[in-house]
Every structure is written in C-alpha cells, then in structure tokens.
Design a protein around this ligand. Sequence first.
Ligand code: NAP
Length: 335
Amino acid sequence: MAAAPPIRIGVMGCANIARRSVIPAILAVPELRLAGIASRSKEKGEEFARSFGCAHLGDYQDLLDRPDIDAVYMPLPTGLHAEWAAKALRAGKHLLVEKSLAASFAEAHGLVALAREHRRVMMENYMFQYHTQQAVVQQLIRDGLGEIRLFRATFCFPPLSAGNFRYDQALGGGALLDAGGYPLKACQVFMDGDIQVLSACLNDSADHVDIWGGAMLSATSCGIRIPLQIAFGFDQFYQCGIEVIGQRGRLTTFRTFTAGEGVVPTALLETPGQRREIQLPVDNHFIAILKEFCRRVHTDDVETPCAENLCQARLQDQVRRRSAQPKETAPCPPN
Ligand SMILES: NC(=O)c1ccc[n+]([C@@H]2O[C@H](COP(=O)([O-])OP(=O)(O)OC[C@H]3O[C@@H](n4cnc5c(N)ncnc54)[C@H](OP(=O)(O)O)[C@@H]3O)[C@@H](O)[C@H]2O)c1
C-alpha cells in the first residue's frame, strides 16, 4: 500500500516553544511537512519563517483560510486557545494545541464538541507521555514496588521574567493551567481507575493569578482507593518528577516532564537494604507526540484525544473548585 502523503502543518505564532522544540521536531518527522508560520507581526513572522526555511503565511486567519494546510500547531497563550482552536476546527484543520487546551472545563467541552462535529483530531501537547522512559517507569512500578500506597507528582520551577503571559489572567495565566497540568496528567498516565480531586489549594499573587498550589486526589479501582498528591508552581526550586510508594519499595523519578533531546532521565529505586540509581532511555518526546498525532489523523481517531482532553479539563476545574471552597476559619490553638 502506498504511504499516505505528509500532513501539511502550519504554526500559529512565533512562540519560544515552537522555535526551541516543536518546529525542529516537525522537521524531523517524515509524516509531516512544515507548511509555514503565521504571526500577528509581518516582520517577526518573516524572520521566523526564514530561520526555518519555510513560508510566512500572514496572520492567523490567513493560515486558517489556506485549503492546502491540513493541520495547525497552536502555541498561543492558553487564554487564546478557545477562540483560535474553535476557528481552526471550523476551518477543518486537525489541531495540536499547546497545554493547557483551554482555560476552563466549559471551554474544553465546547472545543471537544466541535472536534467531534468536524471529525478532526484535537490533541493537547503533553508530550512527556510518549517518551520511552515512561514504559520503563511503568515496568519498575509494576515489578518493584508491590501494591501502591501513595503516588506523588511535582512540577515546580523558579519565577519567570516579568511580562510573561503566565502572570496575566486575561491570557490564561496561572500555575494550575501551566505547571499544574503536568502532575495532573501524570496521575492519569501512571494510575488506573477513576480519579477525583478531594481537596486543593491555589495561592494567588497580587494580580490574582495563582502562582503555586497543590491537591490531594484519589484513584479508585476495584474498590481500592489510592491517595495521590500533586504540587506545582513557579516560585520555587526546580522539581520535576514522580514518587511512587509501594508496600515493598519506593520509586522516585527525575525529569519526567522535561527530558528533552539530550537529557538523560534517571530514577531511584529503594527497597529494603537497597538503593539503585537507574538511567532511563533518552528520547525526543516532541517527535514522539508528533508521530502519535499523525497516527491519530491517519486512523481517524478523533475520540481518544476528546476523552483525554475532557478528563484533564475536568480535573483542572475540580482543583479550582476545591480550592475555592470556604476555608476553615477557626484560629490555630496556641502551642
Ligand atoms: N509542551 C511544552 O513543553 C511547552 C513548553 C513551554 C510552553 N508551552 C505552551 O506553549 C504555549 C506558548 O508558550 P511560550 O512560552 O512558547 O509562549 P511565547 O514565547 O510567549 O509565545 C506565545 C506566542 O503567542 C502569540 N501571541 C498571540 N497573542 C499574544 C498575546 N496577546 N500575548 C503574547 N503572545 C501572543 C505570539 O506570537 P506572534 O506574535 O508571532 O503572533 C507569541 O510569540 C503556551 O500554551 C504554553 O503553555 C508548552
């Protein structure tokens, strides 16, 4: 059977993540062809397109109006995803959207309805799931720990430069929609069963954007409830991994979410009387998710990403709602 023609993909916005990681990965995937780049700014768009040897397509609407483009990679600030993803789906484009897909469950729900209506793949770019290290980690959890008693996931990093859209509520800023999405996604990747948020706290900056927080969740399967904890934020030292405590041991991983090209992810397996440092496989997870995106487009698998998108957005909304519940106001007893 002849190979399917490459999926022609356009990039919406000259984002850092596009320049640094995703466009180089697009160029390395034979199933994709970089059709060009759109930008709000003609000068910036032309310079960006020149640096990758592709066409400058005009503004975002010009990209969507092109009949010779099949798919869009959308690394816009999160607060703009709902508007532009809806326009892209209505224009018949498949979508790889940066995380978070939407600023609320209601927005994600509306986008999923459009993806289903137009039968287009709409995938959120949580690339770490497709890194080959995760299969090894899953195996270590299954073989080395016995029954799981606690799962933790953490993604925290130091403050960002002033003016970053993540500090702007109108642009979908805040740690929950940014760093917080990774540990929530990790709960779904590593734990089976029905996941619910039990309690949460988000801590805001002066301009009402959440800067750090955490949540307690549970994963229920076959009547067993496993406690899950997540922590995230952008005002602290770098933390990026999972910790799984079982009856027979503990597994800690490092660089679970950000093991980009050339990064060697590692894990520490502790069992009674033993500490084993493990080197996990090196991979380019941006290439890996792009290949999965192509596979879903070619197999018309619209539904899998719809279900994933809804689950992630539901958990993010639950964190927000649990955090907003009335706080205990009784004063602390004296020491
Ligand atoms: N998957 C990952 O590993 C990963 C890593 C980092 C970031 N991200 C996600 O990728 C997206 C972009 O993040 P980034 O750090 O790369 O962002 P960025 O460098 O600030 O780029 C965002 C782009 O969006 C466009 N834009 C349109 N309206 C804008 C506005 N009002 N303010 C600012 N930019 C606007 C701009 O492109 P033009 O001016 O050219 O139109 C800008 O270059 C976010 O959703 C983020 O969560 C994902």
